[in-house]
Design a protein around this ligand. Structure first.
Ligand code: UD1
Ligand code: CA
Length: 458
């Protein structure tokens, strides 16, 4: 089979400099959704027709083509003279002996299963159209049947009143026996309301030539919904997110509200995971058994091990959270954070490029950057690792069972030995020996007989 994806249109109603098919749905360009679905069907040839937006579309396509799936060709359609003219540009890139599936680059949510049904309906020698009964078919091509058989497609702008009353519409997605395609496309005329070469006109030609025309239906209307505006893009985003949410529910994940989750990548969940409202997942996120994610947290390329609890309003990116750990509320784990088992990271604590071993705690208002922290370490409120001298970054090492008093600054490179204690407010510039109290505070003194100044009357 060949797949041809039409993506040359300009997408004026998007009101954007970005070509329409490159607008993201769930963080991935519309066209990439279509290409991924197309590739899942294992076509022999895959060709994207581009036009508007210059080199942006082919260069994006080329980058996706390098990931090892079916090779992707691109063909320029310039100027854009209609869908039939667009398919014509693909002819040098496809195999004449195999059927051709036509997809639209701005229709992102068609499922592989529906396309498979269409391909099966077409077999080797039939023209098969993906159609849908739509309550409001305005603007779309209507399927005209006689005695139940499809005889042609008529566009809204060319239709009579009786034809406009037809609710069965052309999704635009069809499978065409390629051996007839060149002849049919050559015979297209543009004497219609839009002055375009309509791909849909091949249907009447097929009927005249005695080639059977059949149809298949997707399992839902949104599968053939296209994006022409930001309103439609937003609607399809919610639909897609709801589909993802339902798939998570089916797998046993508890979602406090399936309408309030956004997965912009891959979310892999163990058993008995609970996700509260307003969470965003980007890239690849893995949640182990029994993990709970509090409301309004954002997780990007993260792994949270079994039994860990993320409290509300956390931001976790390129980080690992160990088993049974408790994070947040309001914690930030930045790239390179690796937390061991039962680590507690509390409110307004930021951790970057650091390892924290089992049972350690930093519960309030701290910055830990470029540090190696042992197990059972306690980091007090307001502690800061001074990892940056304005030019270079240095590491801080805190060994097992150390206690870092509140409001201490550890000027890296520096090491706190095993079981050492830092008094509150210590500015540590040299290593603190193991098992001892180190403190850099001036001794406290009280001045006897001191009096507060009094206000001088004027
Ligand atoms: C087309 C169909 C219509 C169908 C509707 C479904 C035709 C003549 N009409 O109408 O029956 O109900 O889709 O949405 O086929 N494109 C190109 N080059 C062009 C023109 C279009 O690549 O010269 C691409 C567009 O980028 C888009 C797709 O083809 O991805 C459909 O084009 P669009 O203008 O939206 O088609 P409609 O007129 O809406
Ligand atoms: Ca359209």
């Amino acid at each position: 089979m060949n797949v041809v994806i039409l993506a040359a249109g300009m997408g004026k109603r998007m009101q954007s400099a970005l070509p329409k098919v490159l607008h993201p749905l769930a963080d991935k360009p519309l066209l990439q959704h279509v290409i991924n679905t197309a590739r899942s069907l294992k076509p022999k040839k895959l060709c994207v027709i581009y036009g508007h937006g210059g080199a942006a579309v082919p260069s994006a396509v080329q980058a996706w083509g390098e990931d090892g799936g079916v090779a992707i060709d691109t063909a320029l359609q310039q100027p854009q003279l209609g869908t039939g003219h667009a398919v014509m540009q693909a002819l040098p890139h496809i195999d004449a002996a195999a059927p051709t599936l036509v997809l639209y680059g701005d229709v992102p949510l068609t499922t592989g299963a529906s396309l498979q049904r269409l391909v099966e309906a077409a077999g080797d020698d039939k023209l098969a159209i993906l159609t849908v009964e739509q309550a409001n078919p305005f603007g779309l091509g209507r399927i005209i049947r006689e005695d139940g058989k499809i005889v042609r497609i008529v566009e809204e702008k060319d239709a009579t009143e009786a034809e406009r009353a037809v609710k069965e519409i052309n999704s635009g997605i069809m499978v065409i026996p390629t051996r007839y395609l060149t002849g049919w496309l050559d015979a297209l005329q543009n004497n219609n309301a839009q002055g375009e070469y309509y791909l849909t006109d091949i249907v009447a030609q097929a009927v005249a030539a005695g080639v059977p025309v059949v149809s298949a239906q997707p399992s839902a209307e949104w599968e053939v919904a296209g994006v022409n505006s930001k309103v439609q893009l937003a609607e399809l985003e919610r639909r897609h997110q709801l589909n993802i949410a339902h798939a998570l529910l089916e797998k046993g994940v508890t979602l406090m509200d399936p309408a309030r989750i956004d997965v912009r990548g891959e979310l892999i969940c163990g058993r008995d995971v609970t996700i509260d409202v307003g969470c965003v997942f980007e890239g690849r996120v893995e949640l182990g058994d029994g993990v709970t994610i509090g409301a309004h947290s954002v997780l990007v390329n993260a792994r949270v091990a079994a039994g860990a609890k993320i409290k509300p309003f956390c931001h976790i990116e390129d980080a690992l959270v160990g088993e049974q750990s408790v994070i947040g509320p309001y914690a930030r784990l930045r790239p390179g954070t690796e937390l061991g088992q039962d680590v507690h990271i509390g409110n307004f604590v930021e951790i970057k490029n650091s390892k924290v071993a089992a049972h350690s705690k930093a519960n309030h208002l701290a910055y830990v950057g470029d540090a190696d922290i042992g197990s059972r370490v306690n980091i007090g409120a307001g502690v800061i690792t001074c990892n940056y001298d304005g030019v270079n970054k240095f590491r801080t090492t805190i060994e097992d069972e150390a206690f870092i008093g509140s409001d201490s600054q550890l000027v890296a490179p520096v090491t706190v030995g095993k079981g050492a204690t830092l008094g509150a407010g210590t500015t540590l510039t040299k290593d603190a020996p193991a098992g001892k109290l180190t403190i850099s505070r001036p001794k406290q003194l009280t001045i006897e007989g001191w009096k507060r100044p009094v206000k001088i009357k004027k």
